[in-house]
Design a binder for this molecule. Structure first.
Ligand SMILES: NC(=O)c1ccc[n+]([C@@H]2O[C@H](COP(=O)([O-])OP(=O)(O)OC[C@H]3O[C@@H](n4cnc5c(N)ncnc54)[C@H](O)[C@@H]3O)[C@@H](O)[C@H]2O)c1
Length: 264
C-alpha cells in the first residue's frame, strides 16, 4: 500500500474504447490498488464511470467527475468538487493529450484552429488544472504533481502541435517544481515512448493496415523488443506520486524501452 491514506485526482482517467488499457485508466486503477482514494476525471462521464466501476469492483475507493480541460471554469468546478469529496489533494496526475485526432499535422498543413486545438488540450489544460490545484496543495504544504508528456517532445516527430505542446509540458513541470519548493510540492513529468494503448494502436489502423501490422511495426522500433503498456506508465507515476520519490522534483523520465539511448 504505497499510497495509503492518500488522495489523487487523475485527469483523463477514462479511456477511449479499445482492446488494451489506457495510460490514465491504468494509473487511476493502480493508485487505488495502492490505497489512494481517486477522483477520476474525464470529459466523457461514462468513461470516467467505467474506470470508477473497475476500482470499486476491486474493493478500492473512487469517484467520477466530468470536466473538459479546455474550459477553465469546468476545471475550477471539478477541483472544488473533488476536494470536497476527497478532503485533501495529495496527488494530481495530468494525463489528457491528443495529436492526430485533434487535427495535428506537419507544419506545412497546420491551421490556426488545429494548432490551438492540440495546444489547448495538451498544454493549456494542464496549466489550468495546476492553477486550481496548487492553492490546495500550498495550504497543505504538500503535494505531488505528475504530468504526461511524450518522447515526441525530445525525439524527431513529424507533427508540429503535439511536439510543441509536449515540450511545453516539460517546461511547465520545471517551472512548477522551482516555484513550489517552499510548499513541499513536487512536480515531475513522464515521457512515454511507443505504448500498446488504444490511443496509439486503434487510431492507426486503416483499410491498408491491420491492427496486427500496426503492432508489429511499432514493436520492431523498440530496443527492448516490444511496446510498453499503460501499466509501465502507471508504475512510474505511482513511484513519482509516492513518498519513495520525496527527494525527486523537476525531472522528466522516459518510459520508452531504451529508445532515447539508441543513437544512429
Ligand atoms: N499511447 C501512447 O503511445 C502514448 C505515447 C506518448 C504519450 N502518450 C500520452 O498519454 C496520454 C493519453 O494516454 P491514454 O492511453 O490514457 O489515452 P486515452 O485517449 O485512452 O485516454 C485519455 C482520456 O482523456 C479524455 N479526454 C480527452 N479530451 C479531454 C478533455 N478535453 N478534457 C477531459 N478529458 C479529456 C478522453 O475522453 C479519454 O478517456 C496523452 O497525454 C498522450 O499524449 C501516449
Amino acid at each position: 500500500m504505497r499510497l495509503e491514506n492518500k488522495t489523487a485526482i487523475v485527469v483523463g482517467g477514462g479511456q477511449q474504447p479499445g482492446d488494451s488499457i489506457g495510460n490514465g485508466k491504468a494509473t487511476a486503477v493502480l493508485f487505488a490498488r495502492e490505497g489512494a482514494s481517486v477522483a477520476v476525471v474525464d470529459k466523457d462521464g461514462e468513461r470516467a464511470q467505467n474506470t470508477v466501476d473497475m476500482i470499486l469492483d476491486e474493493g478500492g475507493k473512487a469517484f467520477a467527475f466530468c470536466a473538459d480541460v479546455t474550459s477553465e471554469i469546468s476545471l475550477k468546478t471539478m477541483v472544488k468538487d473533488a476536494h470536497n469529496v476527497l478532503g485533501r489533494v495529495d496527488i494530481l496526475h495530468n494525463n489528457v493529450g491528443w495529436s492526430l485526432a485533434g487535427g495535428d499535422s506537419i507544419i506545412e498543413n497546420i491551421t490556426e484552429e488545429n494548432f490551438d486545438n492540440v495546444i489547448n488540450v495538451n498544454l493549456r489544460g494542464m496549466v489550468m488544472t495546476c492553477k486550481h490545484v496548487l492553492p490546495i496543495m500550498r495550504k497543505q504544504k504538500a503535494g505531488s504533481i505528475v504530468s504526461i508528456s511524450s518522447m515526441a517532445a525530445i525525439e524527431s516527430y513529424p507533427y508540429v502541435a503535439y511536439k510543441t505542446s509536449k515540450s511545453g509540458v516539460i517546461a511547465m513541470t520545471e517551472q512548477l517544481a522551482y516555484m513550489n519548493f517552499q510548499y513541499n510540492i513536487r512536480a515531475n513529468v513522464i515521457l512515454p515512448g511507443l505504448m500498446h494503448t488504444a490511443m496509439a494502436i486503434d487510431t492507426r489502423v486503416t483499410a491498408e493496415k491491420t491492427r496486427e501490422q500496426v503492432i508489429a511495426e511499432r514493436d520492431a522500433k523498440v530496443p527492448l523488443g516490444k511496446m510498453g503498456t499503460a501499466w509501465d506508465v502507471a508504475y512510474c507515476a505511482l513511484f513519482l506520486a509516492s513518498e519513495e520519490a520525496k527527494f525527486i522534483t523537476g525531472v522528466a523520465i522516459p518510459i520508452d524501452g531504451g529508445a532515447s539511448v539508441r543513437r544512429g
